[in-house]
Write a protein that binds this ligand. Sequence first.
Ligand code: NAD
Length: 474
Amino acid sequence: MYHFSMTIDGEAVSSDQTLSVINPSTEEVFATCPLGNSAHVEQAVQAADRAFTSWRELDDSVRVEKINALASILEANMPELTQLVTQETGKPINGLNGIGSVMEVGASIAWTQYTASLALGNDLIEDSDVAKVEVIRQPLGVVASITPWNWPLMIAIWHVIPALRAGNTVVIKPSPLTPMSTLRFVELASSVLPAGVLNVVTGEAEVGEALVSHSLVNKIVFTGSTQTGKHIMRSASASLKRLTLELGGNDAGIILPDAKVEDITEKLFAAAFHNNGQTCACLKRLYVHESIFDDVCTALAGIAQAVTVGDGMSEDTQLGPLQNAQQFSKVHHLVQEAIAQGATVLAGGKPVEGKGFFFAPTLLVDVKHGMQIVDEEQFGPVLPIIKYSEIEEAIELANSTPYGLGASLWTGDVEQAQRIAARIESGSVWINDHGAIQPNAPFGGIKQSGLGVEFGEYGLHEYVALKTVKVCKA
Ligand code: NAD
């Protein structure tokens, strides 16, 4: 059984309460850790605040060196971190189309290295006889990071690394459902980082609340549900903390009539079902032109029936369980409700019998807007497929959601797709792919999917304040 401590001010910290972490494939406890409280938050924020002065004053090249050292630590501990991620999330080691915990740890390394390689200089915007004007980028102070359970290590890295790179210090609170890979990463990181620069406190919502409302926290980076994001925004308003909010989504995909069905279905299926649909930018609603609707449905159903569902620790497993009992019940309920409202099941439609939160990959047709399975972020292995006849109708339906995270267009006519992309209301649009993120392109939501972006220089700049320094010469 694994047990890791919290790390605060460079020290291993315990608590009088214990958190038991369940492996969703077995429904058994596989790890324990201390359950943090508001006193731990106080300790961690004070430590981060003390560490800020010397961390910000380090030469940037030293921070870059340390961040590259963190990438090496991730690399050296890849087997253990991979197993931790699989056991706490249920995500398979390899996974559908290679989207599993090996990829999660691999991407954590790649994003860390890329963020270390970025330039973070100042801008000289005028140097004339009259004035010299420089725009200086300065760190913000203590950053509070709050993460969800679906990609626990990768999202922790997306928060922590740019914050540190820009000269801030961090207190991270992982989801109480999946704290282990984050606890282990922070423990390992303390061999490289000065005490207090990166701290981790575990806990439920009230611990998160204590962290995001702390007066010494200047910036919050949050990934999670839209509902919690709104709550955090209210808490942040008391002292006008800066915010990056990466929230929920209900991504649409539109297949145009000229798409080559046999070329796209494998990618389409993985876009909807990898990690059991528990990825913010999974394909969640599919609009298919009537001329190819039946062909697309038949091809997707063929893949759904052949997919291997099971314990993620087996290297052959493509889809694992849902991450937790609540998520499992929600998905089950939404599918049953859709069936009661007239949906036809092309594949799956029910839980897999036995232990674990397993639900068969499910394709539904005869579904429409107004049904919760279409309108809500169901965050499970379910894809509602909707027939359309005119592209205008599909664009309107795709946009008719409060969310605006990602969307995709599937076609051979890239120019037409680019014109349509401009009209889609989302932070990303992928043409002939979905959810294809990369470390140098900004990723974030519009509408109720979030505020601000992550990745690359765009994301790095969310962790600095701009200061104008003007030397008047005349
Ligand atoms: P959640 O909002 O329930 O919880 C996320 C985190 O917030 C957890 O650590 C939780 O303990 C903490 N929390 C809860 N209430 C809090 C409060 N009042 N103050 C401070 N912290 C609080 O989300 P979840 O169920 O863990 O994750 C799934 C959600 O995350 C989905 O909606 C998904 O779309 C979203 N998500 C978005 C992105 C993105 O990049 N846009 C990426 C991954 C997941």
